[in-house]
Design a protein around this ligand. Structure first.
Ligand code: HEM
Length: 142
């Protein structure tokens, strides 16, 4: 019985330590990213269906989530204990990649408005590249 109680206490402590140190699936940025992912799925669906207006709504949602993401700090920076000038520099790099990504979504919005279907595939590929670029540089191994 005593061993069982001790076991439960240890399990409880381990959980609270894991929470105290945080992880990147608990961040606000993670929530925004999840929102981007959901909207991306709907975006591809709407484009395939030829619902350009609905696709445009999805793009607007994504841009709003990315704008909010810009003011967040990637968990990787916290994990690495970055501070001061180094943190500011890395945060600047992160915001630049986010801005470049937003610019591609704005171009996509324009292409949807103009009904310029030829441009859509290329822009979708560019978005995929931006995702890879952002994750390679700023996403912790999580
Ligand atoms: C445009 C398409 C994008 C999609 C669909 C996307 C999706 C996601 C998803 C689903 C996650 C959760 C973890 C996972 O499942 O891998 C995530 C995490 C993350 N993403 Fe993105 N992402 C995109 C672009 C970007 C860009 C451009 C950046 C950086 C400039 C970025 C930075 C991050 C970071 C740092 C995390 C980890 C969360 C944290 O550190 O708190 N993502 N993303």
């Amino acid at each position: 019985m005593r061993a069982l109680v001790a076991g439960i206490i240890v399990a409880g402590l381990t959980t609270s330590f894991a929470h105290a140190s945080g992880s990147c699936d608990e961040t606000t940025l993670y929530k925004y990213m999840d929102d981007v992912k959901t909207n991306m799925k709907s975006l591809s669906f709407e484009v395939k269906q030829g619902n350009m207006e609905q696709a445009g709504v999805r793009v607007d949602n994504i841009i709003a989530a990315l704008e909010k993401s810009k003011s967040e700090t990637p968990f990787l920076f916290t994990e690495k204990g970055l501070e001061g000038d180094e943190l500011a520099k890395r945060q600047g790099d992160y915001q630049e990649v986010m801005d470049d990504t937003i610019a591609v979504f704005k171009a996509l919005d324009q292409a949807l408005e103009n009904g310029d279907k030829d441009k859509l595939n290329g822009l979708m590929n560019e978005i995929n590249d931006q995702r890879k670029r952002g994750h390679r540089a700023f996403k912790a191994d999580c």
